[in-house]
Write a new protein. Structure first.
Length: 409
């Protein structure tokens, strides 16, 4: 079990600011060890990577590649060549969509789900619009906020090129049946692109278990620095895919007409990378490993379940997504009758410094399906305690009294 009191001490923001931070699905706070790693790069290293042939540059490159190895181990990949560093999760999916679209043999259907974040919809839509090569279709979501597997099976056809799916929905929190979906997709030779932005921060992921072809996630949602994401891709695919961006270090040979791409991951990492962030992300992975990802998972899911249970007892609150623990990951979205989520979020902030998210959470198609204009969302992480959930619940009741009148039912 996590010792939240001790964990909290590692997060300077929680010492410096009076905040109950429940917006972790957007971005997590940064522990001391990661901040120190960033500082260490600028104070003691400061050079580029893969370019210099002097000792200092070699040391930076060695630390940088060690971080890549840690990330590979974290997702169960045998080869750091399968780990491409990107700007964020969004950029990773854009790279995949572009590359598949520009790959001569790839032609047919792209299946995404109604619960995908815009990040796993729009890159595909950009490629499908005005092109004969890709047609985009959506897998339905049930009223309960689960993927409709029968609909998925019926839409998976022999011409399906790729399936995009969030491991965990950032709105309804649903943990999707990735293994089953991947097996079904592979039976039809379709590739699977898992958006792991909400999974990787608090759930064990092993590529040998889930077997997806591509996985993307963001460092800043798992204690790491901003400006950094990860694209995992199976090595043989990365070797064959055309890269979307050109520039330094991504080529082995260039003359005035021809070019020979470098091997992955460099092929997809043109220009000077975010070196400090990558090295510091290694420290985030260390921190999570020290806590134990299973303990993190248990803790975060327990907090989410506590919130779901307590919200369920309030008659004027509507909760979205599955109610039971094992199919919900780390967050809860809801609405308070008669109170706009923006007003609710502002009230929680001013009443008790409680930070939640309100709006559409970059998932407008899902809100359209659920017939909602917007929703409020609380999401939990390693430094949140059960008391934070209780303060959040008390503040909702207080806000309702102020904004929407006392409940009269
Ligand atoms: C499920 C999901 N996918 C993708 C993203 C995009 O992440 P980023 O903004 O770091 O690219 C988010 C961010 O909220 C998300 O929740």
């Amino acid at each position: 079990m996590l010792n939240v009191k001790d964990v909290k001490k590692d997060f300077p923001v929680l010492k410096n600011r009076d905040v109950v931070y429940l917006d972790n699905a957007a971005t997590t706070l940064t522990p001391d060890s990661v901040i120190q790693s960033l500082k260490n790069y600028y104070q003691n290293l400061g050079t580029s990577v893969h370019r210099g042939i002097y000792q200092l540059a070699n040391e930076t490159t060695e630390k940088y590649e060690r971080a890549r190895k840690k990330v590979a181990d974290f997702v169960g990949s045998d080869s750091p060549r399968e780990i491409v560093f990107t700007k964020n999760c969004t950029e990773g999916i854009n790279i995949i969509a572009y590359s598949l679209h520009h790959w001569p043999e790839m032609e047919g259907k792209i299946l995404v789900t109604e619960m995908d974040h815009h990040s796993n919809i729009l890159p595909w839509r950009f490629m499908a619009n005005g092109s004969e090569k890709f047609q985009l279709e959506y897998v339905d979501v049930t009223k309960e906020g689960r993927l409709d597997l029968e609909d998925y099976k019926s839409k998976l056809s022999p011409d399906t090129v790729a399936v995009g799916v969030p491991g965990i929905s950032n709105v309804v929190g649903t943990v999707n049946p990735i293994k089953e979906m991947t097996d079904l997709a592979h039976e039809r030779d379709a590739l699977v692109v898992m958006d792991g932005a909400q999974w990787l921060p608090h759930r064990k992921f092993d590529i040998s278990e889930y077997k997806v072809d591509f996985l993307t996630f963001s460092a800043h949602k798992m204690l790491g620095p901003t400006g950094l994401g990860v694209l995992y891709g199976k090595e043989d695919l990365l070797c064959r895919m055309p890269p979307p961006f050109g520039g330094g270090e991504m080529v082995l040979k260039v003359d005035r007409r021809k070019v020979k791409w470098n091997d992955p991951p460099q092929k997809f990492e043109p220009g000077t990378p975010p070196i400090a962030q990558i090295i510091a992300f290694g420290a985030s992975v260390d921190y999570l490993n020290e806590l134990g990802i299973s303990e993190v998972n248990e803790h975060v899911d327990r907090l989410a379940q506590r919130a779901v249970n307590k919200l369920s007892e309030i008659p004027y609150v509507d909760i979205y997504g599955p109610k039971e623990g094992e199919s919900r990951g780390g967050l809860v979205s809801f609405n308070v009758e008669g109170v706009h989520p923006h007003d609710l979020a502002t009230a929680l902030d001013s009443l008790d410094n409680i930070a939640i998210r309100a709006g559409l959470h970059c998932a407008q198609p899902l809100h359209e399906v659920m017939e909602l204009n917007s929703s409020a969302r609380a999401s939990f992480y390693v430094y949140n305690a059960p008391e934070d959930v209780d303060r959040f619940i008390d503040a909702i009741k207080e806000a309702k009294k102020i904004l929407g009148g006392a409940d009269e039912r």
